[in-house]
Design a protein around this ligand. Sequence first.
Ligand SMILES: [Zn+2]
Length: 83
Amino acid sequence: MWYCRVCGLAYDYSPWGEDERTPDYGICECCGVEFGYEDFTPESTRTYRQQWLAAGASWLQPKQRPVAWELATQLAQVSPAYR
Ligand SMILES: [Zn+2]
C-alpha cells in the first residue's frame, strides 16, 4: 500500500513510482493534491495539507468517500517524514 503524503488515503500502487522519484502527476481523489507537484517536499506537503484542512478537508471526488470515513484515522497513515 501507498499512502497519500498529504491526506493519508491508501493506494494499491505508488503514484510516485516504484522508486518513489517518478510521480505520475495524477490527482488524489481525496485531498486533490497533484502527485509530484504540491507534495514534492515535506514543506510543500504540509503547506498544502494545512490549506486543505483549513478549507474543510472535503473530498475532491465526494462519491469516493467511504460512509464511515474518519479524517484523523486517515491522516495517521501519512508517512512520518511528511507529517
Ligand atoms: Zn490525498
